[in-house]
Design a protein around this ligand. Structure first.
Ligand SMILES: Cc1cc2nc3c(=O)[nH]c(=O)nc-3n(C[C@H](O)[C@H](O)[C@H](O)COP(=O)(O)OP(=O)(O)OC[C@H]3O[C@@H](n4cnc5c(N)ncnc54)[C@H](O)[C@@H]3O)c2cc1C
Length: 543
């Protein structure tokens, strides 16, 4: 602990509960907030992390109790499937080895993302260099427990739970007409002051709304107009041996995607992901319908042979969104920086949210290491520039993919084939279709999927682009994949007992034979204009 940290902690303890001072306030004790706090404390700063939720339950069986009992209403996806991909694991290994140690202590699973693919004879097994796909993963509550334990042992970090931030404090402006944040207020009426406030409040951070109350020009906020809905279940092996790893965890089928993720302690999860505009497949929230659908997919065989740890957990509203606080080269606010999902939340299908957030936390720490916190305008500009160069290209790429995939599903629902002139979409699909038959394509795809390389770099090797070009020319240049693997949508609808709706490209749906203004949704009915859809496991509404 530095002398400054010792002094300030002592001051903090002796001051009244109504006004405190620290070097950095972090809003949100999720993985990214805690990672940022630990990295900044490593630079000698005193960091106070505030979270509206409580701590994990104490006592024996920490892992079991974190999974079963930790109440985390602040994170809707808390019991949804998660994997930490190699890019995130690499950040932990190099910058936060204390988190790695806690993960190991809690029984996190060490695995290589290509383990399943190595079993396929066409791919020729393990190659030198494949260790870059090594990772360490666990169910989300276990991952969080490891971050919390590491933060609790980090000098200079104080984590205060059950403290909801309800306002931002403004001081003398550093740029005329733009608020300068000098602290926060909490729901209990406490004021906490700091030269820097870091928003790590996640996908539904309140900070956008709190900032609006201070006046000044708004940030640039972007949110996709549609997203995806997850229908997930977690299982544990009854024999202690989980099914072998999937050859590739994420498969895009005809109108839905499936994800199989390994977890700690003999657990795994299986998710079906559908478009939020696909009303017919909302039938998947019924466990019997979900099981009948899963049974249709050869790639999912044996993946439900275990003790179910959850029912079907549905989560909707998974739109990609971002908020940028430097507009036309000028910060709209100073003294406040956003990291992780609070800055940009991506489509979770690709499992890159944690990796991007951890990378972003490290970028924040590096920028502060170079620029300090004394010049808030310079800091805002440097952090924005670094964010645009590191995490935002990935966010934009995933968002671009979402736009195509959702349009492809819209076309399917409208009974036509998706047409686009974008060669990148066809190339990506061709490589996706080839990856389990070509070891070079496999690794190019894995580099991109694991967050280790940009597509431009990974796909440029002649062995990779040449194979894709050959497939596209065989299928017709505007069709990268031929047909999607697995059953046709009609078979899935029949299995779940859902009615196909005539889908219009304007986004409306109508069931054949349904009363005007009414859309029948597998046993229940809702009016056509109704947008809410009663998802059991939480609906991520945003602000
Ligand atoms: C269904 C789903 C599946 C996903 N699967 C994966 C995956 O497999 N791999 C992966 O890498 N990523 C995955 N993600 C993304 C991942 O969950 C996020 O990227 C990650 O949680 C971001 O971490 P964060 O710390 O930025 O925010 P969060 O984890 O959301 O944490 C935000 C914190 O802020 C707190 N907070 C909010 N408001 C306040 C307030 N007013 N005062 C105080 N505290 C507040 C909350 O309580 C919470 O603790 C998935 C996401 C979803 C939705």
């Amino acid at each position: 602990m530095t002398q400054r940290q010792t002094q300030t902690q002592t001051q903090t303890q002796t001051q009244t509960q109504t006004q405190t001072q620290t070097d950095v306030i972090v809003i949100g004790a999720g993985p990214v907030g805690l990672a940022a706090a630990m990295l900044l404390a490593g630079r000698g700063l005193v960091v106070t992390v505030l979270d509206k939720d409580g701590a994990q339950p104490g006592g024996p069986d920490a892992v079991g109790r974190a999974w079963r009992e930790w109440h985390r209403p602040g994170v809707n996806q808390f019991r949804q499937p998660h994997v930490l991909l190699p890019a995130g694991a690499a950040v932990l290994r190099s910058s936060l080895p204390n988190v790695v140690a806690e993960l190991r202590e809690l029984g996190a699973l060490s695995l290589n993302i290509l383990e399943g693919a190595w079993r396929l004879p066409a791919l020729g097994g393990r190659r030198p260099g494949d260790e870059r796909y090594d990772t360490l993963t666990a169910r989300r509550p276990v991952l969080e427990a490891a971050f919390a334990a590491a933060a609790a042992r980090t000098p200079g970090v104080t984590v205060r739970r059950h403290i909801a931030v309800s306002g931002l404090l403004a001081g003398a402006e550093r740029i005329p007409g733009r608020p300068h944040v000098v602290g926060v207020t909490t729901q209990d009426g406490e004021e906490i002051h700091a030269p820097l406030v870091v928003d790590a409040g996640g996908r539904n951070t309140p900070v956008g709304a709190l900032l609006a109350r201070l006046g000044g020009p708004p940030p640039v906020s972007e949110q996709a107009d549609a997203g995806f809905v997850y229908y997930s279940r977690s299982f544990r092996s009854a024999t202690g041996t989980p099914p072998p790893p999937a050859a590739w965890p994420l498969v895009h089928h005809d109108g839905l995607s499936s994800i199989v993720l390994p977890g700690d302690d003999g657990t795994w999860s299986l998710s079906l992901v559908v478009s939020s505009r696909d009303r017919a497949l909302r039938a998947l929230r019924d466990p019997r319908a979900w099981e009948r659908a899963v049974a249709l997919f050869p790639t999912l065989a044996g993946r439900t042979d275990g003790e179910p740890l959850t029912g079907v957990q549905a989560m909707g509203g998974l739109h990609s969104r971002s908020r940028r606080t430097v507009v036309e080269g000028v910060p709209v606010v100073t003294g406040l920086l956003s990291v992780g999902d609070a800055r940009a939340a991506t489509d979770p299908q690709f499992g890159l949210g944690l990796s991007l957030g951890l990378t972003h936390a490290r970028v924040l720490s590096e920028v502060i290491g170079a620029a300090g916190t004394q010049d808030p305008v310079g800091l805002a500009l440097r952090f924005d520039e670094a964010t645009e160069q590191t995490v935002m290209p990935v966010h934009q790429r995933l968002r671009h993919w979402d736009t195509h995939r959702l349009a492809e599903i819209d076309a399917l629902l409208a009974g036509r084939r998706y047409e686009t002139e974008d060669p990148g979409w066809h190339l990506g699909n061709a490589l996706d279709a080839l990856k389990l038959s070509d070891p070079d394509v496999l690794r190019a795809m894995a580099d991109v999927a694991c967050g280790l390389a940009a597509p431009e770099a990974a796909f440029s090797a002649p062995a990779v682009s040449g194979r894709a070009a050959a497939l596209m020319s065989a299928n017709g240049a505007s069709n990268g994949y031929g047909t999607r693997p697995g059953p046709a949508r009609a078979e899935v609808l029949a299995a779940v007992g859902a009615v196909e709706r005539c889908f219009t490209d304007s986004g409306g749906t109508a069931a054949a034979g349904a009363a005007p203004g009414t859309v029948k949704v597998t046993g229940t009915s809702m009016t056509a204009g109704q947008t809410g859809f009663g998802i059991d496991g939480g609906h991520d509404d945003g602000e």
